[in-house]
Every structure is written in C-alpha cells, then in structure tokens.
Design a protein around this ligand. Sequence first.
Ligand code: HEC
Ligand code: HEC
Length: 346
Amino acid sequence: MRQLCIATMFALGCLCTGQASAQSALMKQAQGLFKPIPTTAPALPGNAATPAKQELGKMLYFDTRLSESHALSCNSCHMIGMGGVDLQETSLGHRWQHGGRNAPTVYNAVFEVAQFWDGRAKDLEAQAGGPLVNPVEMDTTPEHVIEQLKGIPGYTAAFAKAFPGVADPLTFDNVRKAIAVFEATLITPNAAFDRYLKGSEEALDANQKAGLELFIGKGCVACHNGINVGGSMYAAFGVIERPGAEILPPDDKGRFAVTKTASDAYVFRAASLRNVALTPPYFHSGKVWDLRQAVAIMGNSQLGADLNDGEVDRITDFLGSLTGDQPQVMLPILPPSVATTPRPKP
Ligand code: HEC
Ligand code: HEC
C-alpha cells in the first residue's frame, strides 16, 4: 500500500495520504469514546483476589448443589463457552419456570455501572446473592446455601483457604465474594476493535470502519460508549418511538421498579455491546434473534433514524468486531457429597 502510494503520489496528489489521515481521525475519535478491555482481571474494592478465592468462586459457579433442586448452577444460564449466556428468550429456572427477562452475559459484567437490566444490584458481589434466592432461578435461601455447603466436607477447607484467618469463613457474604472474584476473571480482551483502539489500523476492515463511523455519526455512541460499548448509563427503551408490546412487554417497567420514579418507566441499562454477536436473542425481553433487526430497532426507537439496509449491515459488521478472546476455563473438580449432605428437593 505504501509503495503504491509513493508510486502514485505524483499522479494522484495526496489521495492516499489523505485517506490515511481520515482513518486516523476516526481512530482518534474512537479512542476518545471507548476503551479497550484490559488483559488482566480488574481488582474488586474490598475483595482482594487470590488464586484460592478464584478457584472457590469457580467451584461455586459450577456447583448445581447451590440450587434447591441441585439441577441448576450459575453456568446453566450463563454458560462458559457459549458467550456467558443461555441463548434462550428468557431463562429456564427452577421447575422449568421461565423468568421474566433474558439472561445478560456475565462476560465483562465487572465493568458495568451496576448489575441487571434495571441496575438493581450495585456490583457483582451484591448481584451474586440474587439468583440463588430467586424462586424462578435457583430457589434457595441464604441459610440453606450455608447448610448445604457445610454438608459437603471439601468446602470447609476450600473456604478456609480462600478466607484465611477468619473464625467462620463459610458465610453467605463469602459465597458472594468468591463468586464475584471468579466473575471478574471472565473478561474478553483482544477483540478486533480493541486492537484498533490500541493503534492497529488493519484490525478493522473497511466495512467495520464504515460501521464504526455510522455508530458514532448516527448517535448510538451517546448511550453505547466506554469500555463495554454500553453498560455505563440508563435510558428509556423508546426515547423517540416506543417499540411494540411484542418487543417491549408493557408489564416490565424496568428501572421504575427500582427507583419508583415516573420518568424511569421503561428505562433500562444501555446494554453492553461487547460480544453481542455471540449473545442472541436481544433486548431484556429476548424477543429479537437477529442482530441486524436489533440494530434497526435501535435506530428507530432511540434515534428516530430509519437506517437503510446498507447502514444496518455496516453497523452490524462493526458490532462483530467487538467479539474478544473468550475465557478458557478449566472445569473445577467439585468436592463430593457424603451420606449426610442435604439432598436435592425436586
Ligand atoms: C435460571 C437462570 C439463571 C441462573 C441459574 C443464574 N442467572 Fe444470572 N441472570 C439471569 C437473568 C435472567 C438475569 C437478568 C435478570 C434481570 O435483569 O432482572 C441474570 C443476571 C445476571 C448478572 C447481571 C449481568 C448484567 O450485565 O447485568 C450476573 C452478573 C449474573 N446473572 C450472574 C449469575 C450468577 C453468579 C449466578 C449463580 C449464583 C447466576 N447468575 C445464576 C439468569 C440466571
Ligand atoms: C438513548 C440511548 C440509546 C441509543 C442512542 C442507542 N441505544 Fe442501543 N440500547 C439502549 C438501551 C437502553 C438498550 C437496552 C434495551 C432493553 O433491552 O431494554 C439497548 C440495547 C441495544 C442492543 C441489544 C443488546 C442486547 O444484548 O440485547 C443493541 C444491539 C443496541 N442497543 C445497538 C444500538 C445501536 C446500533 C444504536 C444506534 C443505531 C443504539 N443501540 C442506540 C440505549 C440506546
């Protein structure tokens, strides 16, 4: 390319150089709006990571005995190896019940401003208790989680190692802490877009760059910005035009349930778009399976922009560049149950 530029420079004037600097301007703009995913797990305030705590958190994440039925673990709905989601419209929980919302990915969740579609848990540690006690998810109680884990001898030692120097380390708080520390490792660096943000022009192809330009120019970036290309603020789903009931079910008023403020009706956290190509179906309702359709809906509902097919395609190409290295997790060997271990309740 450079040779070609030099060879044709005199004939074509500064066309090639001109193009190069236009690309750099886009890169500079992107660098001001977004941040790459780091390559190492971020530290959690007041919850220092140690290998023993991470390992315990991983065990708890995969252990179905944390659920009342012993049939569900965190991994049932947030599958490692499958984008951290379950690819269901709404998740299947306790006794085959469906919850009301689509399961967001746990990957990069550590970077979100708060957890859940409505931001009702302030961080991963606060979040981790939620699904355990949710009747349509794992349907247990904090007391039963502790009784269960104390009934599995191997966990006593694992908690003592993860929380050294504490008289009674096997507590519900520490269950949440350990899970949060493991979840903080579930990050996806090195997406093509991250390499671009770090200065590699070749990391994105021409279509993805055109998509990035539209993503910024059309205004998607007003809500989808920062490290997770979203996940940092709340907005109404339907700022300009409220989607129909088949996509935005009227009974789920989002953040209104958290703040009880009228203006928060149908307000949700602007979704993180990291790995979005891997995590259909889309929106809190999980009603849209095609990413292109989700992009077109956003154009109408959030921006009043009737994106044409070409624009939708380019933006979707750009979103594809947000797929990073997926976490490689070695399955933990879980401590065995013994005769006295509390049994599953179907
Ligand atoms: C039965 C399915 C199910 C199980 C089991 C489950 N989750 Fe979830 N998870 C969901 C759904 C659905 C949501 C979204 C709920 C909402 O926003 O109201 C969610 C939300 C989350 C979030 C918030 C992500 C974000 O971007 O806001 C995290 C983190 C998470 N779950 C972690 C866990 C952990 C840890 C466990 C195990 C202790 C677990 N989940 C068990 C279905 C499940
Ligand atoms: C005014 C803020 C705002 C703007 C502007 C905006 N979005 Fe969104 N976006 C949101 C919110 C809020 C959600 C979550 C909606 C829900 O499911 O409740 C979302 C969800 C999404 C999703 C679904 C992600 C998932 O995992 O379910 C995609 C894809 C998306 N936006 C892409 C875009 C694109 C592309 C644009 C520009 C054409 C755009 N958004 C403009 C706020 C915004």
